[in-house]
Each structure stands twice: as structure tokens, then as C-alpha cells.
Write a protein that binds this ligand. Structure first.
Ligand SMILES: O=C(O)CCC(=O)C(=O)O
Ligand SMILES: [Mn+2]
Length: 239
């Protein structure tokens, strides 16, 4: 049985209805933090954008390589990037980079994200579409070199609510280096080694600092069929 416990990040039942528009900053320690704004975009505008993205984006479901095996990625994707950036490559797959000019609504969503995060400048976007509960993204971190040592990743969600889970990467070597008994450390970290968010329609979640270096994240499968969810992750690629 795992000693790790979830810390679910959610609204208490008697919370103020305006609280959803507020930003919550969760400090995960050691220079990693996450911002969550549940009601980042107005709901009606978010549904218009959901319909636009669902219909207009040239979604593909590529074949990727996982542990040396070819498999169809368990969700649809699309990639948009500013001109002149290095190509993105993940799991042996190089997606075509579409232009922001082809999808004007993406610029409007990007503007809203930039307004919420002054000082940030995102120049690429990975879009994911989960067509039901069977679609998912497995444990990973977005720690590719082209995003730099402390990537800021701004994630906007539309449609069906899904669980987004972060768990700390195992760091046995650093524990051993510190000379601490492993069992003691595990007890101290209880309730803080895993965090779960229910990402709402129109929400914004931002991973910052060392979150990609020290944490993994996933959107697990669901037993229920579920409706479609679309997620946009804005990133900054360094030249
Ligand atoms: O769908 C999500 O919320 C996360 C997607 C993600 O982690 C990714 O595209 O790297
Ligand atoms: Mn990711």
C-alpha cells in the first residue's frame, strides 16, 4: 500500500461564490508552485471557444513510441508555434507547427493568459482533446530542454471536468545523500507528495519554478464515458 496521500484542492461547500475568480497559489516547496484560477474565463465565452476549438482545430491522433513500442496516443493533439522556433519532438513524434494566424481565437485566449500573468511571454501552444473517459495523459513532466530549467506552463481547460494530478518524483538519491532514514522522510511528506485538481471549464492552472524538474503530472482515465474536454497548454520555447 502506498504511503502517499492525495491532497485534493477544491472549494469548501460553504465558500463564497466569488472565490472561484480568485487565484490560489499552492507552494509545493523547493521552488515549485502552482497557481489555480477556477473561474478564469467567463463560462459563456468558454463554451463558444470550446465549440470553435472542437470544430476548427486540425486534430490528429499520432502514433508515438513509448518504451520502444509504437502506440496510438490516447488523445487528439495539435501544435501551434511562433515562426523561427526549434521543432518540438516528443516520444519520437514531431508535430507540424501551425501558425497563430490560422486560428485567431487562440490569440484571444493567449491575450487573456498574458493579462493574468504579466511578464510572461508564451510563444507555443500544445492542444489536447480528450474525447471521453478512456482518453488520458500518463505521468510525465514537460522538462524538455527547449523550455529552459524553470518552465512556466499555463493550462486552460474547456468542457468536461477532469482530474489533474501532480505527484513528486522519487528522489531516493537526494534522501540518501542527506543521510536521512527513508521511512522518516516519507512520514513527514504525507499529504504533500500528491495534489489533485478538478480542472473546471474555463479554468487556468499554471505550473512554475521547478515543478517540471521535481514533479510529474497526469490526467488519468475515468471509468465513466464522460464528454469531450479540450486543454490548451501555453509554453515559452527558448531560441
Ligand atoms: O490536459 C491537461 O490538463 C494536461 C496536458 C499536459 O500535461 C500536456 O499536454 O503536457
Ligand atoms: Mn504536461
Amino acid at each position: 500500500m502506498s504511503l502517499l496521500k492525495f491532497k485534493a484542492v477544491s472549494e469548501p461547500a460553504n465558500s463564497n461564490p466569488n472565490d472561484g475568480a480568485k487565484r490560489k497559489i499552492l507552494d509545493f516547496g523547493n521552488g515549485s508552485d502552482v497557481i489555480y484560477i477556477q473561474r478564469f474565463l467567463p463560462l459563456d465565452q468558454s463554451w463558444k471557444w470550446f465549440d470553435y476549438l472542437d470544430k476548427e482545430i486540425p486534430w490528429t491522433r499520432p502514433t508515438i513510441r513509448v518504451f520502444g513500442r509504437s502506440c496510438v496516443q490516447p488523445r487528439d493533439m495539435c501544435y501551434v508555434a511562433s515562426p523561427g522556433l526549434p521543432e518540438l519532438m516528443y516520444s519520437g513524434y514531431q508535430p507540424h507547427a501551425y501558425s497563430w494566424d490560422d486560428y485567431p481565437s487562440l490569440r484571444d485566449i493567449l491575450d487573456a493568459v498574458h493579462k493574468a500573468l504579466p511578464g510572461s511571454s508564451f510563444n507555443s501552444l500544445l492542444l489536447n482533446r480528450y474525447k471521453g473517459g478512456n482518453d488520458y495523459v500518463s505521468w510525465h513532466s514537460d522538462d524538455e530542454k527547449l523550455y529552459g530549467p524553470t518552465p512556466e506552463i499555463a493550462s486552460v481547460s474547456f468542457g468536461c471536468e477532469r482530474e489533474f494530478i501532480l505527484k513528486k518524483k522519487p528522489s531516493k538519491t537526494s534522501r540518501e545523500k542527506n543521510g536521512e532514514p527513508v521511512g522518516k522522510r516519507l512520514k513527514q511528506n504525507i499529504c504533500t507528495d500528491q495534489h489533485s485538481f478538478t480542472l473546471k471549464h474555463g479554468s487556468l492552472l499554471v505550473m512554475r519554478g521547478y515543478t517540471q524538474r521535481d514533479w510529474l503530472h497526469s490526467v488519468p482515465k475515468r471509468a465513466k464515458p464522460e464528454t469531450t474536454r479540450i486543454n490548451l497548454t501555453f509554453r515559452h520555447v527558448f531560441l
